[in-house]
Design a protein around this ligand. Structure first.
Ligand code: CP
Ligand code: NVA
Length: 303
């Protein structure tokens, strides 16, 4: 049994398979062709934080695969009344076939997985967001081909998305130029990296974007960190992806954002709504990529 708790849980070869499979699944979806590979399978989705894309993409995706879903939140389940995560895992995994969790500390999802009889997928933790980067790289490949050897500029917080991009770079052979304000740097140990070979740190976000093939950013304040909002607003003021940053990047550079976005904070409206932005493809591709992922975790490779 295989879990997907962080990006490095799968190999480069497995990702090559998943990107190809996601393309096939997407093509069939666009042609209104049935793709019922998970009939009678049930996905449990557990949300301890808010969501739009993750909820819709997993729920619609599982139905499209012929399966069904159960949706739980902290507030309407015993999780909110301090039932231990280990007990919840034992119970939920006896009744369902696969589980997606969005929670706070990575240690929580690890405890769940250690007590689960079925595969567990990380739908975002404080440390990682592997399903998003899976969809983002699938999106990059659709638009530009292989990401190997390319440069991705990360402008903003050294957060769950940044950590996941660093793991992906290490595994898939590209480089990340990271620019964060002081005090919000990525931490190699938290990111779970063996070395710093796949990323370079830049004080100036404009420098980080120089020659990049993809420029990406995220909210200044992630879910769970709202108490730091005011301090972050001050610290991140210069980490807004704007036209000069996109002009410094490669001429055919793409712009990505996992969404939700705050125009005028981490990105200017003219960039996210401009011609280099592929944010809507990114959001849609969550569903296609996760359908390939769920199918793979439950059935293995399909020919
Ligand atoms: N990008 C993403 O995970 O969006 P949601 O928070 O809406 O699920
Ligand atoms: N870094 C953001 C991503 C939201 C999809 C957060 O954790 O809130």
């Amino acid at each position: 049994m295989q879990h997907y708790l962080q990006f490095k849980d799968l190999s480069a070869d497995e990702y090559a398979y998943l990107f190809g499979r996601a393309a096939l699944i997407k093509k069939k979806f666009k042609a209104y062709e049935k793709h019922h590979t998970l009939v009678d399978r049930t996905l449990a989705m557990i949300f301890e934080k808010a969501s739009t894309r993750t909820r819709v993409s997993f729920e619609a995706g599982m139905y499209q695969l012929g399966g069904s879903v159960v949706h739980l939140t902290t507030g309407d389940s015993q999780l909110g009344r301090a039932e231990p995560i280990e007990d919840s895992a034992k119970v939920i995994s006896r009744m369902t076939d696969i589980v997606m969790i969005r929670t706070f500390e990575q240690t929580k999802i690890e405890s769940f997985a250690a007590n689960s009889r079925v595969p567990v997928i990380n739908g975002l933790t404080n440390e990682f967001h592997p399903c998003q980067v899976l969809a983002d790289i699938f999106t990059y490949i659709e638009h530009r081909g292989s990401i190997a050897g390319k440069t991705v500029a990360w402008v903003g917080d050294g957060n769950n998305m940044a950590n996941t991009w660093l793991q992906a770079a290490d595994l898939l052979g590209f480089t990340v130029h990271v620019s964060t304000p002081n005090g919000y740097e990525v931490n190699q140990a938290v990111a779970g990296l063996r070395s710093g070979d796949s990323y370079r740190v830049f004080t100036d976000p404009l420098q980080a974007c120089q020659g990049a093939h993809l420029v990406t950013t995220d909210v200044w304040t992630s879910m769970g960190y709202e108490a730091e909002n005011e301090a972050r607003r001050a610290a991140f003021a210069s980490w807004c992806v704007d036209r000069p940053m996109m002009a410094a990047a490669a001429p055919d550079a793409l712009f990505m954002h996992c969404l939700p976005a705050h125009r005028g904070e981490e990105v200017e409206a003219e960039v996210i709504d401009g011609p280099q932005s592929v944010v809507w493809d990114e959001a849609e591709n969550r569903m296609h990529a996760q359908k390939a992922l769920m199918e793979y975790l439950l059935l293995g490779r399909q020919s």
